[in-house]
Design a protein around this ligand. Sequence first.
Ligand SMILES: *[C@@H]1O[C@H](CO)[C@@H](O)[C@H](O)[C@H]1NC(C)=O
Ligand SMILES: *[C@@H]1O[C@H](CO)[C@@H](O)[C@H](O)[C@H]1NC(C)=O
Ligand SMILES: *[C@@H]1O[C@H](CO)[C@@H](O)[C@H](O)[C@H]1NC(C)=O
Ligand SMILES: *[C@@H]1O[C@H](CO)[C@@H](O)[C@H](O)[C@H]1NC(C)=O
Ligand SMILES: *[C@@H]1O[C@H](CO)[C@@H](O)[C@H](O)[C@H]1NC(C)=O
Ligand SMILES: *[C@@H]1O[C@H](CO)[C@@H](O)[C@H](O)[C@H]1NC(C)=O
Ligand SMILES: *[C@@H]1O[C@H](CO)[C@@H](O)[C@H](O)[C@H]1NC(C)=O
Ligand SMILES: *[C@@H]1O[C@H](CO)[C@@H](O)[C@H](O)[C@H]1NC(C)=O
Ligand SMILES: *[C@@H]1O[C@H](CO)[C@@H](O)[C@H](O)[C@H]1NC(C)=O
Length: 651
Amino acid sequence: MKNSLTCKLLFLILTIACKIETQVKCLEFDFPTFEESNDSDLIRDNSYIVLGAIQVTPDIRGSLTNHAGRALYKKPFKLWNKDKKATFNTTFVINISNQTNPGGEGLAFVLTPETTAPQNSSGMWLGLVNETTNRTLGSKIVAVEFDTRKSHPDDLDGNHVALNVNNINSVVQESLSGRGIKIDSGNDFTAHVRYDGNNISVYVSRNNSEVYNQRNLVFSRAIDLSASLPETVYVGFTASTSSYTELNCVRSWKFEGLEIDGDGNMLWLWIIVPTVCLVVIGAILGLLFLRSRSRSGETSPEIEAELDNCATNPQKFKLRELKRATGNFSHENKLGQGGFGMVFKGKWEGRDIAVKRVSEKSHQGKQEFISEITTIGSLNHRNLVKLLGWCYERKEYLLVYEYMPNGSLDRYIFLGDKSRTNLTWETRKNIIRGLSQALEYLHNGCDKRILHRDIKASNVMLDSDFNAKLGDFGLARMIQQSEMTHHSTKEIAGTPGYMAPETFLNGRATVETDVYAFGVLMLEVVSGKKPSYVLDKENQSNYNNSIVNWLWELYRNGNIMDAADPRMGSSFNVEEMKSVLLLGLACCHPNPNQRPSMRTVLKVLTGETSPPDVPTERPAFVWPAMPPSFSDVDYSLTGSQIDSLTVLTGR
Ligand SMILES: *[C@@H]1O[C@H](CO)[C@@H](O)[C@H](O)[C@H]1NC(C)=O
Ligand SMILES: *[C@@H]1O[C@H](CO)[C@@H](O)[C@H](O)[C@H]1NC(C)=O
Ligand SMILES: *[C@@H]1O[C@H](CO)[C@@H](O)[C@H](O)[C@H]1NC(C)=O
Ligand SMILES: *[C@@H]1O[C@H](CO)[C@@H](O)[C@H](O)[C@H]1NC(C)=O
Ligand SMILES: *[C@@H]1O[C@H](CO)[C@@H](O)[C@H](O)[C@H]1NC(C)=O
Ligand SMILES: *[C@@H]1O[C@H](CO)[C@@H](O)[C@H](O)[C@H]1NC(C)=O
Ligand SMILES: *[C@@H]1O[C@H](CO)[C@@H](O)[C@H](O)[C@H]1NC(C)=O
Ligand SMILES: *[C@@H]1O[C@H](CO)[C@@H](O)[C@H](O)[C@H]1NC(C)=O
Ligand SMILES: *[C@@H]1O[C@H](CO)[C@@H](O)[C@H](O)[C@H]1NC(C)=O
């Protein structure tokens, strides 16, 4: 652990040193594809990373009209100062597919100091300027546009490349029609833009090979960038749509910038950086050495520091106390196996508690531990399992909860288990309503939106009156800036059977994926069937064998009430149950855009509104579609949080 800390620090110092160095020397990056984690490498305004590409004008709730967006590289590019100038090469692959005929409006590679698109810059303005800034030259932009619609009499045609300097009128334009390229055809093509200090040159090719080749040159134009742009600019893309629409995607992007005529600064840095590094490394090693001699290693300062920031509410327990409470984690006190460890019953200060011992083997253990404490630790809701405290000692991660006498919901609802109490319709309704309140609270009711990410029957606990409480926040994530770290999107979090179809494509957790899982849970509670209600056991993950599909079939054939758990006999209100089943189906709509928000779900359950319309034929899953959390008013967040929404990826 000490060694790994040293390594981390060394690595940090080296990266900082390298950064200082490269910033002076050049700006260079390469996105062979765009991953969720690259979100933090970009400054995005109304543009999103979806399926390996930047959608510069996003597909929000299926509405593509009248958007203007931009996506810029996070670090600025030093274009010039009084005694030097920069040059650059950049190559990118574009895929624009028209959604109307013709498509509209186009995409541009841009150099600009402005990180946001001007107001009303959709349509013919390509997200570059608007009517005001075009006229007043209020926007400093130099852009290479790929225009897909003849939106202005001066436009050559609906398929041209052009150079724009500080306004939307082009100083040079060339059609691509003669080159066998149709910009909005939905086929990839490669563009290369190069500035050698005097000329800007644009090359295009239908494929990725040899784009920088004389025969691919579209135009070359002399321009002094220092006359049109400030010293420092951002580089990236803008795009727009009007009532003519298209998906404007950038699939890969490579950029190399070089300064020419460097001054003496570099030499100075070459001496200073290594010296500072050496001193700092020395100091850290010394410090570590001293610490290693004085520390007993009982608790982890790292974890405590992390928890101190956020958790004043759940108290810190001593390992000794918890051992006494649970009879030294005795076998008799074992309640079950939770997501990431075993749960024991205990008695502490005359009160029943449940203690979760996070498995040492689970390498995610520490992350789950911290997630639980930071997400639910400070929350208080009738339908959330209350976290009373935590303990980290001798590499043991322990979480202390209120005790739930009736255990978890999965023990009651599944048909096979005859020995258990049969839940009445009233109880089931109460469970569903309680859970929807908990989830609505997590999504919309606390300071920071929280996604549970693992809603399922075994994570729902029942108190002595069979009130439902949502527990196990090991996978939960809070939406906040500091979460913008590099999560891998490859590992999908969640439980099969409860996972929304889009999860398998983008691995992203959203409010809609929580709603989907909740929908599955509702159907389960009413029908008493497992989520992957399968006839052939081999195909557990086959979507077509899921409870959702089974129910949709019943619905299509007009027999939705056949889904009712036979154990309830006929002691239920038909209209109520039908409404819950339809609501469950609506939550499980294959298209995330069509799912109701938790707020709506709650309104339906309390009878304020009727369930959303559900098509009798199960709709096909359509992709790409933007996760709609970005636009739904119900979900509105404050400005700065919106940027960080996409951090919610799997682990
Ligand atoms: C994009 O994200 C990947 C995966 O996290 C990372 O390895 C890569 O360096 C990022 N690309 C850039 C240009 O930052
Ligand atoms: C751009 O590419 C050319 C040839 O591939 C190379 O000679 C030049 O140095 C590059 N310029 C920059 C700024 O990277
Ligand atoms: C896209 O454009 C083509 C012509 O280039 C047209 O045939 C097609 O219908 C358009 N697509 C849509 C969805 O309008
Ligand atoms: C153009 O954008 C600027 C800056 O965003 C804004 O102040 C101005 O009102 C906009 N003009 C129009 C016509 O929307
Ligand atoms: C500019 O945008 C604002 C708000 O975004 C809108 O109210 C206004 O009508 C727009 N003006 C024009 C000329 O489009
Ligand atoms: C944009 O501005 C330029 C000059 O500032 C002007 O010539 C041109 O007509 C304007 N374009 C539009 C579409 O208003
Ligand atoms: C370009 O995008 C369209 C629509 O998003 C997609 O159907 C097509 O497969 C993409 N082209 C390539 C080469 O991936
Ligand atoms: C790549 O595209 C160019 C034209 O843009 C064409 O001449 C060349 O044959 C293509 N190469 C391959 C490997 O498809
Ligand atoms: C630069 O652009 C001018 C036209 O503006 C052209 O005559 C010249 O050949 C270009 N130079 C290069 C190196 O492309």
